[in-house]
Write a new protein. Sequence first.
Length: 291
Amino acid sequence: MLALQILIDGFAISTLFALGALGFTLIFGVSGVLNLAHGGLLVIAAMIAWYVGTSLGYGADWGALAGLAACVAAALLTYLGVVRPIERSRAIPARERELFVLTATLLWGVMIEEALSYAFTNSPVTVKPLIGGTIDLFGVSTPINELLIAAIAWLAMGGLWLLVNRTRIGKRLLAASINPRGLTLLGFELGTIYLIVWLVYGALAGIAGVLLGSFLGSGSGYIPGLTGSAFTIVVLGGLGSVSGTLIAAYIVGYIETVTAYLISPSLRDVPALILLVVVLYVRPQGLLGRR
C-alpha cells in the first residue's frame, strides 16, 4: 500500500516539477539565461495565492488567479529590472555577462526570499485547494485535488506544446533558440521575443507555484530547495532539452518522494543534489543535452 501511495504522490509532484522546470529550460533555450531566482517566483505565486485566497478570504479560485498574476509580474520584473540591463550594459564585457546574470538572479532570489519572509511569515503555509474531498484509488485514499493538480499541469504543458508548434509566435521562439542572429536578419526584434518568452515562463511558473503550494505547502524557506530541484532537473535532462527535462523531472520527483516517505521529509532535496553532482562528473551534457 505504501508503494502505491509513493507511486501516486510521486506522479503528482513529478508532474509539477516538470511544469516548473519546463519554464526554466524554455528561457535558457531561447534567451540563454539560467534564472537562479526561479524558486522565488514559484513561492511568490504560492504566497500570494494563500494570502488572497485564505487570509483575505476570497477563495481558492481568486487566490490562484492572483498568484498567477503576481508570478507573471515578478517574471517581467526579473527580466526588465535584472537581466536585460546587464545584457545591454556596455560596461560589462560580453564574455562576462552570463556570469553577471547568474550572480544577479541569485542575489535577486535572496532578496525575494527576505521580502516574502518580512511581508508574510517564515512559517510554511498551504494554498487552499481548488477542490476538496478524497477518492479511493486502488485502495489508497487520494485527495481529488492531487489528481486535479496533475491534470492541470499536463494541460499547461500541452498548451505550451501547442504554442511552440502551432502558432507563429511559438515558431519565432523556436527560431530564436536555434539561430537568433538569423531571426534578427529577417527583421524580428529579439527584445520582443525575449519579452514574450519571459511572459510564458512567468505563466508556467505561476501555475506550478500555486499548484505546488496547494499540494506540499510553501514558504520563503522553500526557495533554495525549489531552485535547486529545477536546476538539477534541467542539468540532468540536458540544458535546453524539453524531452530531457520531462524525463529528469520524473526521476527527481520520485527520488524526492521516496526519500520523504522512507527517510525524512526534511531530507527530500538531498538525493537530488547528490545526483546533480554525479551527473556533472559523469555526463555534464545531461541525458539528452548536446552541450
